[in-house]
Ligand binder design. Structure first.
Ligand code: SF4
Length: 425
């Protein structure tokens, strides 16, 4: 069921009298299953929209809307499609008891892959999903390939029914679909020659595979450590070498690197991160691929818009992954604002110290880090650690952290969003 969560004031939907709670039933007689149906079927300038009001009345609107005018509604979040796999390295198994409920959802949703760049395995597609991907031309899709060898991939996903991913991608590619791909490297399973073959297969798909990212398996103290382990530095270095062999070839033959190692892979290998230009515009920065260089670039570009904070002191909280990489970033922010930025590197006591990314730090870690730090005028927290509902992975809310901290607290993705001239703290 597709229901309206909010209506923007003075919008077309508001003029029609659509209100929160209204069910959107059909457009031009076609039933609406989810936001994709609504977005694609309402793209025309004129359409018939069949709704049921919260009072139960069914109405059909004959809508004409000038091109580009938004309809003005926010839909209730979709029912997430669940995953059909049982990977040994699944992040869900790595959650401690009591983690935020959403972290226990094994989502594998091609719709969110298209809309938000979430990676999907395409192993749970029903025939009608395949039809929709083709009909709506959902491109690019973000696909977790892991291994192109069907048997090895089935083993990785613990799913004997997983279809052969190359065949699936080739079929979609015939309909104009393009792909960003990722390979999560599990030592002894899909590294070494398997990784080499996977990259060769993906490269052979030509322009249909836009990018490939190689990411080390991420485990926590709660993962199935009897079944899967992290890469050793030597294994990570071998994966980096493989990535760089292919990226050199791609740059020579196609003008772009095409395959990129994640920041974590370089850190695990003890190798320096490639320069910003090696990421070709950062197509997978949200996947932790070039995220550090992306951040540095944003700060450099946004310097002029940062406010004057001379004489002030700020505390920047982050996870251990960024600890080594932060000093030059903080130096740049400090020069741009005149403030002193100190770094608080927080261990993840919730998932275990092997989880180093800032986005998975629990609220309790911030409460502990900020308590008693009254010498600071401001604290910056990684915004990616806070959900849309304003809570951390352990269900501690941002409001609780703000209430207990002795200084103003700002979530920030890249400093320039929190320290712009118009923000005050
Ligand atoms: S694909 Fe694997 S890692 Fe992703 S949700 Fe499913 S079981 Fe977990």
């Amino acid at each position: 069921m597709l229901r309206v969560a909010a209506v923007q004031p003075s919008s077309l939907a508001a003029e029609l009298g659509i209100e929160p709670g209204t069910e959107l039933l059909a457009i031009n007689g076609r039933e609406l299953a989810d936001f994709l149906d609504f977005e694609f079927l309402s793209a025309d300038e004129a359409f018939l929209l069949h709704v049921r009001t919260p009072a139960g009345e069914e109405i059909e609107f004959d809508i004409e809307r000038p091109e580009g005018l938004p309809f003005g509604i926010t839909l209730e979040p979709p029912q997430i499609l669940r995953c059909a796999n049982r990977c040994d390295f699944c992040f869900v198994d790595g959650n401690p008891d009591g983690a935020r409920k959403a972290l226990f959802i094994r989502d594998d949703d091609y719709r969110l892959s298209f809309r938000h760049g979430n990676f999907a395995t395409l192993t749970n597609l029903r025939p009608r999903d395949v039809d929709r991907i083709i009909e709506y031309r959902l491109s690019p899709l973000y696909v977790s390939v892991h291994a192109t060898d069907p048997e090895i991939r089935r083993r990785l996903l613990r799913n004997p029914k997983a279809p052969a991913v190359l065949e699936q991608m080739a079929m979609f590619a015939e309909h104009g679909i393009r792909f960003h791909t990722q390979i999560v490297v599990v030592p002894g399973v899909n590294d070494g020659p398997v990784l080499e073959r996977s990259l060769a297969d993906l490269y052979a798909m030509g322009e249909r595979v836009l990018t490939a990212a190689v990411v080390p398996v991420a485990l926590t103290a709660h993962s199935k450590l009897d079944l899967v382990r992290a890469l050793t530095p030597a294994e990570a270095a071998a994966a980096v070498d493989e990535v760089e062999r292919w990226s050199s070839r791609a740059r020579r033959e196609r003008g772009e690197g095409w395959v990129y190692g994640s920041d974590e892979l370089y850190l695990d290998a003890g190798r320096p991160l490639p320069p910003a230009e090696a990421y070709d515009g950062f197509p997978q920065a949200e996947n932790g691929v070039g995220a550090v260089r992306y951040l540095q670039q944003l700060i450099a570009e946004g310097r002029r818009g940062l406010r004057d904070m001379a004489g002030r002191r700020a505390l920047v909280c982050t996870g251990t992954a960024m600890a080594r990489l932060m000093p030059p970033i903080l130096q740049a922010v400090s020069e741009a604002t005149g403030a002193v930025f100190d770094l608080a590197v927080l261990e993840n006591g919730y998932f275990g110290s092997s989880v180093t990314t800032a986005g998975l730090l629990p609220g309790r870690a911030f409460l502990d880090a900020l308590r008693g730090k009254s010498a600071y005028d401001l604290a910056l927290l990684p915004a990616e650690a806070v959900s849309d509902a304003g809570v951390f992975v352990d269900d501690v809310s941002l409001a609780e952290v703000e209430a207990e901290a002795p200084m103003p607290v700002l979530p920030s993705y890249h400093f320039t969003d929190a320290l712009g001239a118009e923000r005050a703290a």
